[in-house]
Ligand binder design. Structure first.
Ligand code: FAD
Ligand code: UDP
Length: 384
């Protein structure tokens, strides 16, 4: 292990981005991944029917960062793709985020026109407003609309996803899906959007295929690395290089201060003997059904495959520690953030340990944010 400058635990976008950048600068990197494959939650592969699926749930790339887009574009070409989501609220169907088109789908024309005018004069065209803010409107008609959207879009879906009502979770979470005073039906408005032409796994393979990088899968970093007395040991010998850790911090420190809560997902993959199963890539079930959403991969990837199509249903539930569950979502609130800070403070006692990623930072990050943070960490490590 003496010959490695860095050990990176985890090969998702956090770990793989760092490995690629640092190896290109001449650093010798060891990547340890506990799953049997690289790519973390963005991993994709063909299913038994030959359809490219996202094994850990649908991943759509979108960013406003030119730096991130340019960086990833070194490893992939892109298919033009803009994600659109349909909400099914029992017998109602409309675009989410709830927008001006949605308004006309759920109200009769005169009422929709009246509300459109009020929304535009209160918030301005092409602006976004969170459901929490909309519910505080001084205007009675807008408040009524807000209650409708709250019930038909947020309440039941959020209960399924988080086991809590929208007002009981971090407001930033529901604000990810605002009410949009616009005719734009896209889920994201970022400048750069698309899907990698050959899928995500191919990006990871290219990032990690470098003479300075060794990748070991099916190995938990904790089997090799040990953290004691403010020092990092690797295979029993003190490791003087740097460690970038992208896994869960409570797990790293043996739950010393207690377990950090997460939500996990159960995925139900299905194949259907039809060319296309649903009208949109993703359909959110916002008032019924035990699952939150169904995504059809061919819409995302643009794959041409006659005769059948594959979909995934997502069921959310509490993550069980020390089981085969995967912690997908940090549950962000004051109590959990305080607990996380205890672990972060313990981690800061190790000069050569760096925390990065959705798990290690206990944050609700999209892929682009993780890549940006990874690039920034590399800048720091390379003294740029
Ligand atoms: P991960 O991808 O989780 O990678 C961490 C890796 O570390 C894993 O492979 C894990 O096995 C490994 N690991 C952990 N502990 C250890 C250890 N001790 N030793 C060795 N290896 C270890 N983002 C978007 O931008 N667009 C989307 O559409 C989108 N959709 C999503 C849908 C779902 C259902 C989920 C859960 C997330 C979605 N995301 C999306 C977020 C995206 O998955 C994350 O931003 C991204 O995966 C974070 O990368 P990461 O490297 O931090 O974490
Ligand atoms: N949300 C909702 N109804 C929807 C879509 C989203 O209530 O139709 C809420 C829900 O609380 C969800 C959050 O908004 O967890 C963020 O949604 P997003 O689509 O960003 O979730 P992700 O794709 O990250 O699971």
């Amino acid at each position: 292990m003496d010959n490695y400058d860095l050990i990176i635990a985890g090969s998702g976008f956090a770990g793989s981005t760092c490995a690629a950048v640092l190896a290109n600068k001449g650093k010798k990197v060891l990547v340890l991944e506990k799953r049997s494959h690289i790519g973390g939650n963005a991993y994709d592969c063909k299913d038994e029917h030959g359809i490219l699926i996202h094994k850990y749930g649908p991943h759509i790339f979108h960013t406003d960062s030119k730096r991130v887009y340019n960086f990833l574009s070194k490893y992939t070409e892109w298919n033009d793709y803009s994600h659109q989501v349909l909400a099914k609220a029992a017998d109602l169907e409309f675009p989410v985020p709830f927008n001006l088109n949605s308004l006309y789908r759920v109200y009769e024309k005169n009422k929709a026109e009246e509300l459109e005018e009020k929304l535009i004069s209160s918030y301005g065209k092409e602006n976004k407003i969170s459901i929490a803010k909309l519910r505080e409107s001084a205007d009675k008609d807008i408040r009524e609309l807000a209650e409708f959207v709250y019930e038909k879009v947020f309440l039941y879906y959020t209960m399924k996803q988080w086991g809590k009502r929208p007002e009981e979770i971090d407001p930033q979470t529901t604000a990810r899906v605002p009410v949009f005073i616009s005719r734009d039906n896209r889920y994201f408005q970022d400048k750069y959007q698309g899907m990698p032409k050959d899928g995500y796994t191919s990006i990871f393979e290219k990032m990690l295929c470098h003479k300075n990088i060794t990748v070991k899968t099916s190995i938990d970093a904790k089997q090799l690395i040990c953290f004691t007395d403010n020092k990092i040991y690797c295979n029993g010998k003190e490791f003087f290089g740097k460690v970038i850790y992208t896994g869960a911090l409570d797990e790293l420190f043996n739950y010393e201060f207690g377990a950090l809560p997460y939500r996990t997902l159960d995925f139900e993959f299905e194949n259907h003997p039809v060319t296309l199963f649903q009208s949109h890539a993703t359909v959110n079930y916002t008032v019924d059904m035990p699952y939150t959403r169904i995504t059809e991969f061919k819409h995302l990837t643009g794959q041409k495959h006659e005769g059948c199509t594959s979909t995934v249903k997502e069921y959310s539930r509490g993550y069980i520690h020390n089981s085969s569950d995967i912690p997908y979502y940090a549950i962000i609130n004051e109590e959990n953030n305080t607990l996380y800070q205890k672990y972060a403070s313990k981690a800061s006692e190790f000069d050569n340990l760096f925390l990065l990623g959705r798990l290690a930072e206990y944050k609700y990050y999209n892929m682009d944010k993780i890549i940006l943070l990874a690039l920034e960490l590399c800048d720091k490590l390379l003294g740029r």
